[in-house]
Structure formats: structure tokens, C-alpha cells
Design a protein around this ligand. Structure first.
Ligand SMILES: *Cc1c(COP(=O)(O)O)cnc(C)c1O
Ligand SMILES: [Zn+2]
Length: 499
């Protein structure tokens, strides 16, 4: 539809202009810094940043009902800059002009309801939001689209060229950095640090395929992170870990999309998300707060974070009910099938601590919870989900296992509707499925395959067939015999009835 065909009262809002008054704000000392430079931690106290729009209140001048129409009509526009996370431009990075936005197909992932069998099994109505359908097959693309759009804008403003983007990663961040940097070839190149042997082959193939410099580090993610931080402190690089607050801004779009999908009615809704470095849960909380403060949604959904008991520092922190007595202690991680969340010292913890309090205060009740799951549950529930029409990764299995435990503890009620974050595509973590089916998990994982969930290919090679086409080329008679006897063997195996 042409711009002029939209309703008159909406047209002035459809194409957003660059605006806002954004600053980096240190969560530790409160100091603010201009965003015209690349900064990741507070130069004064090393604290972590959030991006603050000091003119946020201007967004309240537009009534919630009008915002809802703006976003819904804008979704019909065929402008690539606004097709992804920047549909919510005013809330994501309003300083970035439309011409600088990098859009590779991220965002607006579908929310797919569980079938009747699954709902009965689990005990409530629930959905998966498929973050695996983003271009690099994980939710990381949301943050990267925002961060690289901002970088692209600064490059043009400052006349930079060939800047180096760098990250440490449990696999998916590097895939996403490499993809977006490769789209900006000539302006941005990328280097990624990965813990050797602790990312899947599929994940490793992604940055290699997109042409990044890939460094394997003998250690775990937390070790890679320390090196990257040191590099960012001492060399001219752009750090793209979720320490970078632009990523959080992009990932807030996840919440905006949930609101839009449910026609902005979030009463009785619960959002469940696995926690690793805690960037995702930070963004989800922050996103819902922004929409709530501007009257776009009237209810704050319940949010449940999930951690494996092999990497559970956030869970342990919130075990202490008295907020004044809570002390954050990093943990030493053990091998986890939810490998992308296998992080013992989450970078965004200070953000989480602050935002959880703000969220609960706004809601006037406790709305954020953290539950723990076992490795066995992660695997079993991932396989069960995928046997019922889904495409979830191990972290998606972790979300579902988290729902089971949250129902069990009474944190989620049977009459609530739950949206589970399926953070990546099942194929990225398919090696865990293989270990399950082959019963080859190293014992530290503490996973025992359940017979009824194992599925393996069956070789059919009946002994009454004289020749097979993988040995020699068959004569017409031999080939006929081969087809008929093979069909019979498969039909017997499947208990098929004759027509
Ligand atoms: C990064 C990642 C996580 C963890 O998200 P955080 O923002 O680090 O908490 C979970 N699942 C997948 C697939 C990921 O790539
Ligand atoms: Zn500071």
C-alpha cells in the first residue's frame, strides 16, 4: 500500500525521523556520557551502561491507543528499514536515521501454540516464540541489528572505515556479529573469540562462513570475555558483547513484538526465558517497562528466568528472599546442554538487579522469578517439544523445563498463558540430540536417555535380496526384486496393511 493510502491521522507518524536524546548512563555511579563515542564501561568507575533516552517522556505525548495503531499500520509498509526491529524505531534507537539501518530479516518471529497433547502434558496453555527463525538462527540478531545500525551511522558521521568488531561468544553472538559485519563489508570486519570445544560445529561454521577471524581459546566463555574486555580497553575495537548497551536496546524488540502479537493485551501472560549472560532477560524486562510507561500495554506480564543447575548464579542470587541480604557470587560452571547459557558470571547482572526492582515496583507485586532445571529435564523437554511440531534448541528445552518447574512451585498458575523463548534453532544444537540418541553424553552432563525418546535411523538390508544398488548397477530384474523386497521389509517394519 502506498503511503498516501494510509489513514490521514497515521501518515505523519509512519516514517519516523531521527530523534530522542540518548546518553550512556552508568548503573553504578549514575554518570552520563554522550553516545557520539564508542563506550562500554564507565571511564570513572568501570560500571556497566544502559542507554537512557532523556526525552523519553515525549513518547508519552502520543496516547497508547495511537501508538498501537502506528505500529500496526507501520507493519504494512514496505520499507526495509522498518521491517525488522526498527518497526519500533522510537523505542529502539531513535537517534539512528532510517538510511543507516541494517536490516537482514531479523525480528517478527512467530509465536506458535503448543498442541493439545503438549498442553495436557504440561498443564497449561503455552506458546514458543521462535527466535531460531532470525537470520543467523538465534535472538542475538535483534541486538546486533541495532548495534551495527548504530555503528553504521557513526561510521558515516565520523568518516571511519574498516573498523574491527569483536566479541566473545558461546557461539551465537559470534555467528551474528560475523553475519552483520559481513553485510557491512568494507566498513566493518569482525573477529570472534570462542571457548575451544564448547561451541557446536554448526555454530563454529557460521563465523567461518561469514569470513570472520575466528580465535579458539582454551577455556570457558567467562575466560574469553576477560580477554575481549582487555582488548576493548587497550585497542581500537568495537565490543559487541551484551556489555554493549546498544544490543540490549535491540533485544527489547522481543517484548514489543509479544505485545503486538497479542493485540497489546498482556493480562494473564507469562514470559519464560533462559538466562546466560543475562542480556536477554534485561532487554525483555526493560522493553515491557517502556511499553507500560507509555500506555501501550496496560499489564506487565510475569517473567520467569530459567537456569540449569550447572550454571545457576542468578538463581542462587534470588534464592535469598530479603533483597538487602542478597549477595551476587559468580559460580564455576559445569558442562551444560544449554551451552549458550553456560555462564557463571553474567555481565548484565547489575542491570538485572536494578530492573527487577523497578519492574516489581511498577507492577506493585512480585512479577519476576527465577527457577532452576536439571540437564535431564532440558534434554527430555527439548525432544518432547520437537516431537510435537516445534523446532526448539536445548535452551528452548530449558524454557519448557522451566515452565514445568514453575507450575510445580505455583509460580505459574494453570490458567495463565505462557510464552516460552525458544532462543535458537534446533539445528544449531543438534549435536546434543545426537549424544542423547547415541547415549554418548560424558558423565558430567548427568543425562540418561529415555528409551521412548530415542530415535535412530534403521538400516534395511534384507538377507533374501541378492544385490543392492550400492554394490553394482542392477539388471532390470534385480532392480525389480530389490524394490519389491525392500518395500515388503519396510511395510513389515511399519505394520502396514495391504490395500
Ligand atoms: C546467548 C544465548 C542465550 C543466553 O542469553 P543471555 O542474553 O546471554 O542471557 C540463550 N540461548 C541462546 C540460544 C543464546 O544464543
Ligand atoms: Zn560509573
Amino acid at each position: 500500500m502506498q503511503l498516501s493510502d494510509f489513514p490521514k491521522e497515521i501518515i505523519p507518524y509512519l516514517l519516523p525521523k531521527a530523534g530522542g536524546n540518548l546518553v550512556y548512563r552508568c548503573l553504578n555511579c549514575g554518570e552520563e556520557y554522550p553516545i557520539s563515542q564508542f563506550l562500554y564501561t564507565c571511564p570513572r568507575c568501570q560500571g556497566i551502561f544502559m542507554i537512557l533516552d532523556k526525552d523519553f517522556d515525549r513518547l508519552k505525548d502520543i496516547p497508547g491507543g495511537l501508538w498501537r495503531k502506528i505500529f500496526d499500520y507501520r507493519k504494512m509498509l514496505n520499507n526495509p528499514s522498518l521491517k525488522g526491529i526498527f518497526l519500533f524505531h522510537e523505542f529502539v534507537a531513535p537517534n539512528v536515521p532510517l538510511e543507516d539501518i541494517v536490516y537482514l530479516g531479523e525480528g517478527h518471529t512467530p509465536i506458535i501454540e503448543a498442541n493439545d497433547y503438549m498442553k495436557k502434558l504440561i498443564g497449561c496453555r503455552f506458546y514458543f516464540k521462535y527466535e531460531g527463525l532470525n537470520p543467523s538462527a538465534s535472538f542475538k540478531d535483534r541486538g546486533m541489528a541495532c548495534a551495527l545500525s548504530y555503528v553504521n551511522y557513526l561510521i558515516r558521521e565520523m568518516g571511519l572505515e574498516d573498523v574491527l568488531a569483536i566479541c566473545a561468544s558461546t557461539g551465537d553472538t559470534s555467528a551474528s556479529v560475523a553475519l552483520y559485519a559481513s553485510a557491512l563489508r568494507g566498513k566493518v570486519k569482525s573477529a570472534v573469540l570462542l571457548p575451544k570445544g564448547k561451541v557446536t560445529h554448526e555454530q563454529l561454521s557460521q563465523p567461518l562462513g561469514h569470513g570472520a577471524s575466528v580465535f579458539e581459546i582454551p577455556g570457558v566463555f567467562d575466560d574469553c570475555m576477560k580477554i575481549v574486555e582487555n582488548l576493548a580497553d587497550n585497542y581500537q575495537v568495537i565490543l559487541l558483547n551484551s556489555k554493549n548497551p546498544w544490543r540490549i536496546k535491540g533485544q527489547e524488540s522481543y517484548s514489543y513484538e509479544i505485545a503486538q502479537w497479542f493485540d497489546y493485551d498482556l493480562e494473564n501472560k507469562v514470559v519464560i526465558v533462559p538466562i546466560g549472560n543475562a542480556g536477554n532477560i534485561t532487554a525483555i524486562i526493560s522493553g515491557f517497562i517502556n511499553f507500560y510507561k507509555t500506555g501501550i500495554i496496560n499489564d506487565l506480564p510475569k517473567i520467569v528466568g530459567v537456569q540449569s543447575n550447572h550454571a545457576n548464579p542468578v538463581y542462587l542470587y534470588y534464592l535469598e528472599p530479603d533483597s538487602k541480604r542478597r549477595v551476587f557470587k559468580p559460580v564455576k560452571v559445569r558442562p551444560s546442554c544449554a551451552q549458550a547459557a553456560m555462564i557463571g558470571n553474567p555481565v548484565s547482572m547489575p542491570r538485572v538487579i536494578q530492573l527487577v526492582e523497578e519492574y516489581n515496583d511498577l507492577a506493585k507485586e512480585k512479577k519476576i522469578f527465577v527457577v532452576e532445571v536439571t540437564e535431564q529435564q532440558i534434554m527430555d523437554f527439548m525432544l518432547i517439544a520437537n516431537r510435537n511440531g516445534h523446532i526448539v534448541c536445548t535452551q528452548g528445552g530449558e524454557s519448557l523445563a522451566g515452565l514445568v518447574n514453575a507450575l510445580d512451585k505455583g509460580i505459574v498458575k494453570k490458567d495463565e498463558e505462557v510464552i516460552l523463548n525458544a532462543t535458537a534453532h534446533m539445528l544449531k544444537f543438534i549435536s546434543f540430540q545426537r549424544m542423547y540418541f547415541e547415549d554418548s553424553f560424558p558423565k558430567e552432563y548427568e543425562v540418561r536417555p529415555k528409551e521412548e525418546l530415542i530415535n535412530e535411523p534403521m538400516l534395511i538390508r534384507p538377507s533374501d535380496i541378492s544385490h543392492f544398488p550400492d554394490e553394482k548397477s542392477l539388471s532390470p530384474e534385480e532392480f525389480k526384486e530389490f524394490v519389491e523386497k525392500m518395500s515388503k521389509a519396510i511395510a513389515d517394519c511399519l505394520n502396514l496393511k495391504k490395500k
